[in-house]
Design a protein. Structure first.
Length: 193
């Protein structure tokens, strides 16, 4: 930690502010989350293979955004003083908080969807092991129906949760773009000196 000018300490690595290093984690983790998440939502056979990775990313992405916000606040307080941030810095900070809360909202939606999908797969396995009905006199097999009374309701709720999860993934990608763009403008565009 280094403390120069103001009373607020700033976390550093090799005497460099941690924030420019920390912002790369959310970029990578959220990009992976959007890609893997879309695959998980749209390709049911893929769910069993990538489910744990997607669940891990759903938890790691907001944690990495929070770490970036925390180090960014330290960096801004160190650079400008607490509560004296220029408007572009405040906008960058606000965009990051929108990103954080979008990702936090995704967590329960994602795990509800995943839990319902697991129930769906378990019901399919149970039905797959059921004995096949004997053919009738005309050679057709009688339909016994599913022994899963929640199948229709589960399908509707999974559709709704999947749509909400997809919307939150898209919104998170948008806030990541906005946050990154305002940050890049400050550094490379000379918006803030």
């Amino acid at each position: 930690m280094i403390a120069l000018g103001f009373n607020e300490p700033m976390t550093t690595v090799l005497d460099l502010p941690l924030h420019p290093l920390a912002v790369h984690a959310p970029i990578i983790l959220e990009a992976l989350l959007v890609l893997l998440g879309a695959g998980y939502l749209f390709v049911p056979p893929l769910r069993q293979r990538v489910g744990w990775a997607a669940a891990l990313l759903v938890l790691l992405a907001p944690a990495s955004v929070y770490g970036s916000i925390f180090t960014g606040e330290q960096f801004a307080d160190f650079t400008y003083g607490a509560g004296e941030w220029p408007d572009p810095v405040q906008q960058h900070h606000d965009n990051a908080y929108w990103l954080l809360w979008t990702l936090v909202a995704l967590v329960p939606v994602w795990f509800l969807f995943a839990g319902l999908d697991r129930g769906r797969r378990a019901a399919l396995l149970r039905n797959g092991d059921a004995p096949k009905p004997a053919p009738t006199e005309d050679g057709e097999t009688a339909s016994t129906g599913s022994d899963d009374p929640a199948a229709a309701g589960r399908k509707v709720i999974m559709f709704i949760l999947g749509a909400v999860a997809l919307a939150l993934l898209g919104l998170a990608a948008w806030w990541l773009f906005k946050t990154g763009h305002t940050g890049a403008d400050m550094v490379w565009g000379g918006v803030v000196q």
